[in-house]
Design a protein. Structure first.
Length: 367
């Protein structure tokens, strides 16, 4: 089965997606989760020394995803390779209700990071109990790593020849240990269909919200983000968080200009206008904007407009040219071009994928 690869997401450096012929793909390049009465089962594999913040992310995000009638869309369980308790990096242990058998029935498996990688980080080798546990995962099961959880997937051979990421501080070590992995340290997460990996800590929130969006559309993902009081998506990649020398101290920021621009996306905005609002030269504004947002001003504006277009396509019956106008693209052709570049599909295909679900949700809520 042939495969082609492309960049997608908010900004060309945000995610990488592999699409395969013969599969049913949603507008974000991932396999569509079919609707059904049973919630999507997520198994979180906790290893010795697990990071508690990242361990809790899947339950916090997925358990907040509800249907219009309040039914849970996901079931999240935590398991360990042997069913026993594990120590955490926070100085306490946790007991779990499930052993490795939980991996056999999982629709999605999430591997959060641990500070006790041991031989995995040293020689790239899995301990026997962990290797046996991972072998229980059914072929085709969606598997996700958070932060250094990518070391586990790579040591298992799951990432060979495929794109992946992890925390930027581990980038060089990861590359040396797993040269077969197509590693990208700049992105917040990588979506390669059935295998996803995310950068450190809060990037686990980004990838879990991305999965809710992939499974059920932007409207629900935005609701979940609001409940959790986190942004529904973040600009740029983790390049903006890498430690670099600061050449000169400054208190100026482009954040007020970004907020100002968000209220004016329906009309043309030039780089000169943005720089003037920030009271900076174009060169200084462009440099500072990229340092803060991780993308250029033009890429950022396009991504914001695509998000508005996606929401309008999901929640309204407006003609494509009117959607393009309200999102600030000026023409339907411009909207089509940018949606193909950033989302991977044209507006009509995106609407067919997500508009029906949105309308059904509103109808169910009104009953």
């Amino acid at each position: 089965m042939g495969a082609s690869e492309r960049n997608t997401g908010r900004g060309a450096d945000q995610t990488t997606v592999r699409r395969q012929a013969g599969d049913e793909w949603d507008a974000h390049g991932g396999c569509v989760v079919p609707p059904g009465p049973d919630p999507h089962r997520v198994a979180v594999l906790a290893l010795d020394g697990v990071m508690t913040f990242e361990l809790g992310i899947p339950a916090r995000i997925f358990n907040s995803a509800r249907s219009p009638d309040g039914a849970a869309l996901y079931e999240v369980v935590v398991c360990t390779p042997d069913g026993g308790p594990v120590r955490t990096e926070a100085g306490f242990s946790i007991d779990v209700a499930h052993g490795p058998e939980a991996l056999e029935s999982a629709d999605t498996v999430v591997v959060p990071p641990t500070h006790r990688l041991g031989g995995i980080a040293g020689e790239g080798l899995l301990p026997a109990p962990l290797a046996e546990a991972l072998a229980r995962i059914r072929p085709g099961t969606r598997t996700v790593s958070i932060c250094t959880g990518a070391f586990v997937l790579a040591a298992a051979g799951l990432l060979d020849g495929r794109p992946a990421t992890t925390h930027w501080a581990e980038a060089e070590h990861f590359r040396r240990l797993f040269p077969r992995v197509r590693f990208d340290e700049d992105v917040l997460f990588v979506d390669d269909g059935d295998l996803l990996s995310s950068a450190g800590a809060a990037a686990g929130v980004d990838v879990c919200l991305h999965l809710v969006r992939r499974d059920h559309g932007s409207a629900l993902a935005n609701q979940v983000a609001r409940r959790c009081i986190v942004p529904p998506w973040r600009d740029g990649g983790q390049a903006q968080y890498i430690e670099r020398p600061v050449p000169e101290p400054t208190t100026a920021t482009t954040a007020p200009t970004r907020a100002w621009a968000l209220e004016r996306l329906d009309r043309p905005l030039t780089l000169g206008e943005l720089a003037a609002h920030a009271r900076m030269s174009v060169r200084t504004f462009t440099r500072r904007f990229r340092d803060e947002a991780g993308v250029t001003p033009g890429q950022w504006l396009t991504a914001q407009r695509v998000e508005i277009a996606k929401q309008l396509l999901e929640t309204s019956d407006l003609p494509i040219d009117l959607v393009a106008d309200r999102a600030g693209f000026g023409s339907a052709n411009s909207l089509r071009q940018h949606m193909r570049e950033l989302v991977g599909v044209p507006p009509g295909a995106y609407r067919r994928t997500f508009h029906t679900a949105a309308v059904s949700g509103r109808a169910a809520a009104g009953r």
